[in-house]
Ligand binder design. Structure first.
Ligand SMILES: [Zn+2]
Length: 87
Protein backbone atom coordinates (compact mmCIF):
# COMPACT_ATOMS: atom_id res chain seq x y z
CA UNK A 1 0.00 0.00 0.00
CA UNK A 2 2.84 2.38 0.90
CA UNK A 3 4.68 1.47 -2.35
CA UNK A 4 1.70 2.57 -4.46
CA UNK A 5 1.50 5.82 -2.54
CA UNK A 6 5.21 6.46 -3.16
CA UNK A 7 4.79 5.63 -6.86
CA UNK A 8 1.80 7.98 -7.05
CA UNK A 9 3.82 10.77 -5.42
CA UNK A 10 6.73 10.22 -7.85
CA UNK A 11 4.36 10.18 -10.84
CA UNK A 12 2.66 13.38 -9.67
CA UNK A 13 6.07 15.02 -9.06
CA UNK A 14 7.25 14.02 -12.56
CA UNK A 15 4.10 15.47 -14.06
CA UNK A 16 4.28 18.74 -12.17
CA UNK A 17 8.04 19.39 -12.24
CA UNK A 18 8.21 20.39 -15.95
CA UNK A 19 5.26 22.72 -15.37
CA UNK A 20 6.97 24.24 -12.34
CA UNK A 21 10.19 24.66 -14.34
CA UNK A 22 8.30 26.42 -17.11
CA UNK A 23 6.55 28.64 -14.59
CA UNK A 24 9.93 29.57 -13.07
CA UNK A 25 11.38 30.27 -16.52
CA UNK A 26 8.41 32.49 -17.35
CA UNK A 27 8.87 34.38 -14.09
CA UNK A 28 12.58 34.86 -14.88
CA UNK A 29 11.72 36.10 -18.36
CA UNK A 30 9.11 38.51 -17.03
CA UNK A 31 11.39 40.03 -14.36
CA UNK A 32 14.03 41.55 -16.69
CA UNK A 33 11.33 42.68 -19.11
CA UNK A 34 9.47 44.71 -16.48
CA UNK A 35 12.26 47.19 -15.56
CA UNK A 36 13.27 47.67 -19.20
CA UNK A 37 9.64 48.34 -20.16
CA UNK A 38 9.16 51.14 -17.63
CA UNK A 39 12.02 53.45 -18.82
CA UNK A 40 10.78 53.08 -22.40
CA UNK A 41 7.58 55.13 -22.02
CA UNK A 42 9.32 57.41 -19.49
CA UNK A 43 11.97 58.50 -22.02
CA UNK A 44 9.85 60.64 -24.41
CA UNK A 45 9.10 63.36 -21.79
CA UNK A 46 12.85 63.58 -20.96
CA UNK A 47 13.68 64.31 -24.60
CA UNK A 48 13.15 68.02 -24.94
CA UNK A 49 13.79 70.49 -27.71
CA UNK A 50 17.03 72.40 -27.24
CA UNK A 51 17.25 76.03 -28.25
CA UNK A 52 20.26 78.31 -28.55
CA UNK A 53 20.41 81.64 -26.76
CA UNK A 54 20.22 84.41 -29.38
CA UNK A 55 22.70 86.46 -27.35
CA UNK A 56 25.47 84.08 -26.21
CA UNK A 57 24.63 80.94 -28.19
CA UNK A 58 24.40 78.61 -25.19
CA UNK A 59 22.00 75.70 -25.65
CA UNK A 60 19.23 75.13 -23.12
CA UNK A 61 15.89 73.28 -22.94
CA UNK A 62 13.10 75.14 -24.70
CA UNK A 63 10.98 75.12 -21.53
CA UNK A 64 13.71 77.00 -19.60
CA UNK A 65 14.32 79.60 -22.30
CA UNK A 66 13.24 83.23 -22.01
CA UNK A 67 11.57 84.48 -25.16
CA UNK A 68 11.30 88.01 -26.50
CA UNK A 69 8.39 89.46 -28.48
CA UNK A 70 9.98 88.27 -31.75
CA UNK A 71 10.01 84.66 -30.42
CA UNK A 72 13.79 84.41 -30.09
CA UNK A 73 15.11 82.25 -27.25
CA UNK A 74 17.49 83.45 -24.55
CA UNK A 75 19.20 81.69 -21.65
CA UNK A 76 18.28 84.45 -19.17
CA UNK A 77 16.26 87.63 -18.80
CA UNK A 78 19.52 89.63 -18.82
CA UNK A 79 20.44 88.28 -22.27
CA UNK A 80 16.86 88.86 -23.46
CA UNK A 81 17.17 92.50 -22.36
CA UNK A 82 20.65 92.72 -23.99
CA UNK A 83 19.13 91.54 -27.29
CA UNK A 84 20.39 89.20 -29.99
CA UNK A 85 23.96 89.20 -31.27
CA UNK A 86 25.15 87.84 -34.60
CA UNK A 87 27.02 84.52 -34.25
ZN1 LIG B 1 22.64 83.75 -23.19
Amino acid sequence: MLKYLLIAVVVIWLLYSPILRRARQLKRQQRPAAPSATPGPAKPPQVEDMVACAHCGVHLPASEACRDTAGRSYCSAAHRDAGPTSH
